[in-house]
Design a protein. Structure first.
Length: 258
């Protein structure tokens, strides 16, 4: 199932769940008031205030953390683009006869890296592209070592090998950043607090004869959209918070290799 369909289904289910909790809170509170027990609406201001404050704090914390992780992913893309171009330019240090084959290796490796991230959100194609990039990386490294071994001058090795190493190292950092997210417990707590706040907001409406449809929809939509945005920030390759404009930096580096 396409990722955008899953995200949309999540948004709709969350909206329905929050709205349902409000209506459930209204119904239970209304029944208790009908039977002369106003306990659900009495003396709960401090509890409700604490829950809503905690929910607001958790939302702010989660969004802030997600933005920080998104910035790290952007920064690593920039670092990889710089590392690839630096290593490619240092091929000029090698003898002219050794350069063409290595330049072809660099082009294939860069194409593989571009294809890997362009394959999202198709995770199966991502895995295939990731294996191909690993194979191209291994081949590039072997050819680099062979080229510097055959070069009498040691200076190309001192400059080129560390640059190629740095280019490979940043791929590991990008893979790690791709897998770094807020703990699942944070999202579970966020959902639990959203439902709890929805329940008590619905119970508060029991002071009237009917629940306010406007407030039910507004509250459910606001919380659902906020959670939806948080999930998209945490999973930018799958959601709408795409990294395409930053990915274009590596594409530009590849174009300069021609």
């Amino acid at each position: 199932m396409p990722a955008h369909v899953i995200f949309l289904a999540f948004l709709l289910l969350l909206f329905a769940g929050i709205a349902g909790c409000q209506l459930l809170g209204f119904r239970i509170a209304k029944q208790r008031r009908t039977h002369g027990d106003p306990g659900l609406n009495k003396g709960t201001t401090a509890v409700q205030g604490s829950l809503f404050a905690l929910l607001g704090l958790l939302v702010a914390f989660t969004i802030s953390g997600g933005e920080d992780r998104l910035d790290v992913r952007r920064r690593l893309i920039i670092e990889e683009a710089n590392a690839i171009e630096t290593a490619y330019l240092r091929l000029d240090l090698l003898p002219p006869a050794a350069q063409p084959a290595l330049r072809d290796d660099f082009r294939r490796y860069t194409d593989a890296r571009i294809a890997e991230f362009a394959a999202f959100p198709d995770l199966q194609q991502v895995r295939i592209a990731h294996r191909r990039a690993g194979e191209e990386q291994h081949q590039l490294w072997q050819h680099t070592i062979a080229a510097v071994d055959e070069t009498p001058d040691i200076r190309p090795a001192l400059l080129l090998v560390p640059a190629v190493n740095a280019m490979f190292d940043v791929t590991t950092a990008r893979d790690a950043a791709l897998r770094t997210h807020a703990p699942i417990a944070i999202f579970a707590l966020l959902l639990l607090l959203s439902f709890a706040c929805a329940f008590f907001s619905g119970a508060e409406m029991a002071k009237g004869d009917h629940p306010s449809l406007l407030h039910v929809v507004a509250f459910a939509a606001t919380l659902a959209l906020t959670t939806y945005v948080i999930v998209n920030i945490e999973l930018p390759r799958l959601g709408f918070a795409r990294l395409g404009p930053i990915d274009a930096l590596i594409v530009q580096v590849r174009q300069r290799m021609n």
